[in-house]
Design a protein around this ligand. Structure first.
Ligand code: ADP
Ligand code: ASP
Ligand code: MG
Length: 416
């Protein structure tokens, strides 16, 4: 029997009515003759509300207890969905992440799936049951504690189960019809892509396109799972995320991504000598803090300024570490700023097309958007700008590359 893995995000299960609608979809898939595994997220904004609740209790809640709390969100939705499916007359069972065999490391609140032990899920499927697994949570291999996988982590639960069960497609049902050339909530003219390569999708997701958790794309690429992102509110095909050789396209830039969860930190006047960057960034890495953009100025003096960005969530811990390291190194001080956003263009064709970055900068200049930091790779260009200019910037860049039009500008037409 063909195994189908479906994942429904928070907005798709936000209300009892929505849960009942999802139940009908799941039952349809089962009655079409498939073995069905369903991964669900917490209802609506439950995870945000739980985080806010914890903050009312403590400024720095222990991460292990945070995971105990956050994991409850998904437990509500699995049970309710199982009840709705039961009422429709199909055999069904709900399982927590640990019961579903999701084994992780012990990095609480950002745990990584190490493996999936699918024996229980398989046994339930063999009994003819629809199996519902709580997304976003797992069991630490070392401590046997409950862990969570970072925001958007249910996507990764679904992909990991699809890989372990040998499903050829993992369906991610969400509140938009697929992956678009930009966030359709910011750019109304954004166009839905029929397909996108793992590499481009990983970049889009890492640069802020929250439609898929970056780790889910990485996992899919490693295990050869095709992801189908589609709407839980409609029946049409969405976007396939798959191997590059299967994706037909002549676009240089495939999309524009933006990230509003950015904070900037500057170590002022650090001594200009070997080992400084290593000291700081290894201390941050030890706390699992991901550093994004890094700029070090060369002032032709004995000191230098070291600027970097992290997510806003990581800012308090980052400042704690940066302050300590700054003192140790004899820096003048540590500055920080929020109120920033990052806009990026992504495309595998970029590397062989000079002038792509210039076109992006031109669109920003024409709209009076000041660029604070630039970073580039073969497949993307990112600019750090003021937060309130992000929507204008995204729309301007999207338009400059003709992404909303039916016929995209062919590769050769993108010049400076
Ligand atoms: P879910 O709760 O289903 O996991 P998310 O909110 O995590 O849903 O992801 C879906 C959202 O991703 C959309 O509502 C959309 O605003 C946002 N998004 C950002 N960039 C893109 C993009 N390029 N294509 C589609 N959606 C995007
Ligand atoms: N509920 C979790 C979150 O809000 C996981 C998910 O939705 O994928 O991040
Ligand atoms: Mg999500």
């Amino acid at each position: 029997m063909r195994i189908v893995v479906q994942k429904y995000g928070g907005s798709s299960v936000a209300t009892p009515e929505r849960i009942k609608a999802v139940a009908r979809r799941v039952v349809d898939a089962r009655r079409a003759g498939n073995a069905v595994v369903v991964v669900v997220s917490a209802m609506g904004d439950t995870t945000d509300e739980l985080i806010a609740l914890a903050r009312q209790i403590s400024d720095s809640p222990p991460k292990r207890e945070m995971d105990m709390l956050l994991a409850t969100g998904e437990q509500i939705s699995i049970a309710l969905l199982a009840m709705a499916i039961h009422d429709l007359g199909e055999p069904v069972i709900s399982l927590t992440g640990p019961q579903g065999g999701i084994i992780t490391d012990s990095a609480h609140t950002k745990a990584k799936i190490l493996e999936v032990e699918p024996a229980r899920v398989r046994a339930e499927l063999n009994q003819g049951r629809i199996v519902i697994v709580a997304g976003f949570q797992g069991l630490s291999r070392d401590s046997a504690d409950i862990t969570t996988l970072g925001r958007g982590g249910s996507d990764t639960t679904a992909v990991a189960l699809a890989a372990a069960l040998g499903a050829d497609v993992c369906e991610i049902y969400t509140d938009v019809k697929g992956v678009y050339t930009a966030d359709p909530r910011v750019v109304p003219s954004a166009r839905k892509l029929a397909d996108i390569s793992y590499g481009e999708m990983l970049e889009m997701a890492s640069l802020g396109a929250v439609v898929l958790q970056p780790r889910s794309v990485e996992y899919a690429a490693q295990h050869g799972v095709t992801i189908h992102v589609r709407s839980s509110f409609a029946h049409e095909e969405g976007t396939y995320v798959r191997e590059e050789k299967l994706v037909e396209r002549d676009m240089v830039v495939v999309g524009v991504a933006h990230d509003t969860n950015v904070a900037k930190v500057v170590l002022v006047d650090v001594p200009d000598r070997p080992g400084v960057a290593h000291r700081l960034f290894s201390a941050l890495a030890a706390e699992h803090i991901n550093v994004d953009m890094i700029v070090q100025s060369t002032k032709q003096e004995k000191t230098t300024d070291l600027l970097f960005t992290v997510t806003r969530d990581d800012l308090p811990k980052t400042l704690e570490i940066a302050d300590a390291v700054a003192k140790e190194l004899g820096a003048t001080g540590v500055l920080h700023a929020t109120g920033l956003g990052k806009v990026s263009i992504v495309g595998a064709g970029m590397v062989s097309n000079p002038g792509v970055a210039a076109r992006m900068f031109g669109a920003l200049a024409a709209n009076n958007v000041n660029i604070q930091v630039i970073s580039t790779s073969e497949i993307k260009v990112s600019c750090l700008i003021d937060l309130d200019q992000v929507p204008v910037a995204v729309r301007a860049i999207h338009e400059a590359f003709g992404l909303g039009e039916e016929q995209n500008a062919p590769a050769t037409s993108v010049e400076g």
